[in-house]
Design a protein around this ligand. Structure first.
Ligand code: BGP
Length: 487
């Protein structure tokens, strides 16, 4: 039976742009996410430079948390949440990103949310930038490839650290910062410019003399510096603040026992779990970065001040998302699949969800052991879950046993990792209340314990109802993870 430590932070997670809606209400400015259309597993999301009439932009409405926050927090309270991971929409606070003064209505919105969390005894875990930035920063500066954006972010971070001092103690700087290494993250995480009408993974606009990878890694570097400076300020504002990195982590297995396959899998795991982790936890680029930059002809603008900031602004804990595992091979054999926006080979030993993501609880235990083995600091799993189509029965019930089974396996794996010696302090399942998908923009790809009556045809009144998993997770939390049974 799994044994979780006393005070383990059980909860769930959401992101502003996928959940809040009210994209242009009360002074909020347009974010990069607001320019992305809906899509599905076969049709990618597109970027449009201006908002087109009769086009669906999932972030504009999300699950309308902006007008349902009281009801939603009550649902989380009823489940017994100890923590709730949410993000602040940077554009509610600084609508253009480079504004001199914050938007008071934006500050007020989150204050009431955090106060209610406090009343419920729920620790907010706040992401400062979850796959969005003020769109103005893309237009006027080219996004994160411009180092002036560092100061805008640091100013925003300082503003909210001061504003919510005493209400929030757990922070994450950038969501899945390592996704900026992939084409998917270039716009999504790095706010690098896309051509009007381009699909989300299209090549991004780069500075003269640079290329795609150069732009992505410069943007990533600028985020490392911004994150490190934010960590230092966050600690100065309140020494009780615990500030973490957030990485899309996982494990790639070699397809065969060919040493070349193992080496390729190892390097892939290094790039995924340790490249950003080393900078943010150890305060310097890993040894393997040098060769990577040389081999790819990447020449970054890194100043002495940057190096110092990175060394001084290391994080207090390593948090990560985990959904699935991948497979690497040097032979072009085997079927390919897309897992969390990364193409890998298909694993014959695993089952896949409707979006081609492998379901692999043991992979989570492996990932936890490897990351803890390298860093020896507290870990948090801040995203995990099963995206699925849910069916509402005639009586209104939703029997999501498949979701319960997925979570059971992963919670068991976390319990085993804790028994292996890993210092795991919290777990927030992804999309605890249904929200729009980041990858495809679908509302019908659901993760929640609470159903939101809204679908991809834009039908539904946003009313909420608990699913079977709602009662199950409540029991899991009440028993501190010792009762995972589904009866
Ligand atoms: C992560 C993102 C989340 C979230 C999740 C699930 O990469 O941090 O924002 O959405 O993946 O992905 P999707 O929404 O595409 O199912």
């Amino acid at each position: 039976m799994a044994q979780f430590p006393e005070g383990f932070l059980w909860g769930g997670a959401t992101a502003a742009n996928q959940y809040e809606g009210a994209w242009n209400v009360d002074g909020k400015g347009p974010s990069t996410a607001d320019m992305l259309t809906g899509g599905d597993v076969d049709h990618p999301r597109h970027f449009t430079k201006t908002i087109e009439p009769d086009t669906y932009y999932p972030s504009h409405t999300g699950s309308d948390f902006y007008h349902h926050w009281e009801e939603d927090l009550e649902y989380l309270h009823r489940m017994g949440f100890k923590t709730y991971r949410l993000s602040i929409a940077w554009t509610r606070i600084f609508p253009n990103g480079d504004d001199a003064q914050p938007n008071q209505k934006g500050l007020d919105f989150y204050r009431q949310v955090f106060k209610r969390c406090q009343e419920y005894g729920i620790e907010p875990l706040v992401t400062l930038s979850h796959y969005e930035a003020p769109y103005h920063l893309t237009e006027a500066y080219g996004g994160w490839q411009d180092r002036r954006v560092i100061d805008f972010f640091v100013n925003y971070a300082q503003t909210v650290f001061r504003e919510y001092k005493g209400l929030v103690h757990y922070w994450l700087t950038f969501n899945e910062i390592n996704m900026l290494q992939s084409p998917f993250g270039a716009y999504m995480a790095g706010a690098l410019p896309l051509a009007d009408g381009a699909p989300l993974t299209a090549p991004v606009g780069v500075r003269a003399g640079g290329d795609q990878l150069q732009a992505q890694y410069q943007a990533l570097h600028n985020q490392f510096v911004a994150s490190a400076k934010a960590v230092q300020i966050g600690h100065a504002v309140d020494p009780d603040n615990m500030i973490g990195c957030m990485i899309a982590a996982g494990v790639d297995y070699p397809l065969t026992s060919k040493p070349e396959d193992t080496f390729k899998a190892d390097m892939s795991n290094n790039m995924r779990n340790y490249f950003c982790g080393d900078v943010q936890v150890r305060g310097e680029y890993p040894a393997f970065a040098k060769r990577f930059f040389n081999d790819n002809d990447i020449h970054l603008d890194i100043t002495d001040e940057d190096r110092q900031a990175i060394a001084m602004g290391t994080v207090d804990f390593y948090s990560f998302s985990y959904y699935s595992s991948g497979v690497q091979t040097t032979t072009n054999e085997g079927e390919q699949t897309e897992s969390n926006q990364t193409k890998t080979n298909k694993n014959p030993y695993l089952k896949y969800n409707d979006w081609g993501w492998a379901m692999d609880p043991l992979g989570l235990r492996i990932t936890l052991n490897r990351i803890y083995g390298r860093y020896d600091i507290p870990l948090m799993v801040v995203e995990n879950g099963l995206g699925a189509f849910d069916k509402v029965e005639a009586d209104g019930s939703i029997n999501d046993d498949y979701r319960i089974a997925y979570l059971q396996g992963h919670i068991q794996a976390m319990g085993e990792a804790i028994a292996d010696g890993v210092d795991l302090i919290g777990y927030t399942t992804w999309g605890c209340i249904d929200l729009a998908s980041a990858g495809t923009g679908q509302m019908d790809k659901r993760y929640g314990f609470v159903y939101v009556n809204r679908n991809d045809k834009q039908e539904g009144d946003y009313s909420r109802s608990p699913k079977k998993s709602f009662y199950w997770y409540k029991k899991v939390i009440a028993s501190n993870g010792t009762d995972l049974s589904n009866d």
